[in-house]
Design a protein around this ligand. Structure first.
Ligand SMILES: C[S@@+](CC[C@H](N)C(=O)[O-])C[C@H]1O[C@@H](n2cnc3c(N)ncnc32)[C@H](O)[C@@H]1O
Length: 342
């Protein structure tokens, strides 16, 4: 950085002049060098001695992201920004409100300052898309590296943000399901993504067998890697393909438990869940989106009616709001016990 070097006795006069001329960098500390002082400047006046030096920043590390953002955003914007980001390994993924898009770099840098483990900040640049449910992102600060490793309940999950679906917000849902699994169960993990649901289950109940089906080749590649990283080979079989082909063909009516962790897709694949489920009794974990004033009633009615019409008895064991999905919709989960009528 550029600095102006002056004898100590002239320091105060020169400091005022640099301030008046608007070239003094107030965020950096002047240096003392024997009988001289060096002021950090953006431009060096011709009649003064100019030098190159490293200066220490005066800016204190903010204690929270809110504090860091308050340095340049009004309070309502601070609240909107802090509510809308996730940390996945070393990558922070943030939804930048449209009116703050021009400030994205500063917002990204604020996140880097406050979260020492975050090395990359990516902004969402569109909604989850297509059958792969992948959300496009753009790196706005830090390293341009979106391949990351996330940990949950001791499970290691490698993945590339922007290439596969993954949400840390479903962590409790995975834990909740894992607590229900009994030793010896055979599990159909449909819509498996990079494997978080079967791997968290395996972490708490290693005495299981599961097959995990995924259509996105990138997600499948990480699914295979994550099964290996978590020593679940031979317990969880990764399958690249469409659940509609795989479940009924390869493992018809064998599963004690069927996972369908996709609120968008699940409703259209209830026939596949039944084709995977054991007729003597199975639990299906399915998801839906419902209006947040009453997200359950209509979905529950449709679900039970569908199973019963197909000749299965069905009983809701649990239902819960998993998370808010949009201003008007909640994502809900239903644990349904089904048994084929004889
Ligand atoms: C909402 S994501 C859930 C991923 C994962 N279970 C998780 O929670 O991170 C749905 C996943 O299903 C996959 N998928 C979509 N249609 C599929 C199909 N017909 N057969 C298998 N996988 C499918 C998508 O590629 C995506 O990875």
């Amino acid at each position: 950085m550029r600095g102006v070097r002056v004898p100590k006795r002239e320091a105060e006069r020169v400091r005022r002049r640099l301030l008046e001329e608007g070239v003094l960098l107030k965020d950096y500390q002047p240096l003392r060098e024997g009988d001289y002082v060096v002021f950090p400047v953006s431009e060096c006046p011709d009649d003064l001695e100019c030098v190159d030096r490293e200066f220490l920043s005066r800016r204190k590390k903010p204690r929270s992201l809110e504090d860091a953002l308050r340095e340049f955003l009004p309070e309502d914007a601070v609240q909107r920004v802090t509510k809308s980001f996730d940390i996945i390994g070393h990558v922070a993924v943030i939804r930048i409100p449209e009116d703050l898009w021009d400030l994205r770099k500063k917002i990204g840098e604020a996140i880097l300052r406050v979260h020492p483990n975050v090395r990359t900040v990516a902004a969402e640049v569109g909604p989850h898309q297509g059958v792969f449910r992948v959300q496009p992102v753009e790196v706005i600060a830090g390293e341009p590296n979106l391949v990351t490793e996330y940990r949950e309940f001791g499970v290691r999950l490698r993945l590339e943000v922007g290439k596969v679906y993954f949400s840390p917000r479903l962590s409790y849902e995975r834990y909740r399901i894992a607590q229900q699994v009994r030793p010896g169960e055979f599990i159909a993990a449909l819509f498996a993504g990079v494997g978080p649901f079967p791997l968290v289950i395996h972490r708490f109940q290693p005495n299981i067998r599961a097959y995990a089906v995924e259509l996105n080749p990138d997600a499948y590649r990480y699914l295979v890697e994550n099964i290996r990283l978590n020593h679940a080979e031979g317990k969880i079989e990764p399958i690249l393909g469409d659940v509609r082909d795989v479940a009924p063909e390869r493992y018809p009516h064998m599963a004690d438990r069927v996972l369908m962790p996709s609120p968008i897709l699940a409703e259209d694949f209830l026939d596949v869940a039944l084709a995977a489920a054991k007729p003597s009794g199975a639990v299906i974990h399915t998801y839906a989106l419902g209006p947040n004033d009453d997200p359950f009633t209509e979905k529950e009615y449709e679900l039970l009616r569908y199973f019963r019409d197909q000749g299965w008895d069905a009983k809701i064991l649990n239902r819960r709001v998993v998370r808010s999905y949009s201003p008007r919709l909640d994502q809900v989960s239903f644990d349904v016990f089904v048994k084929k009528r004889v």
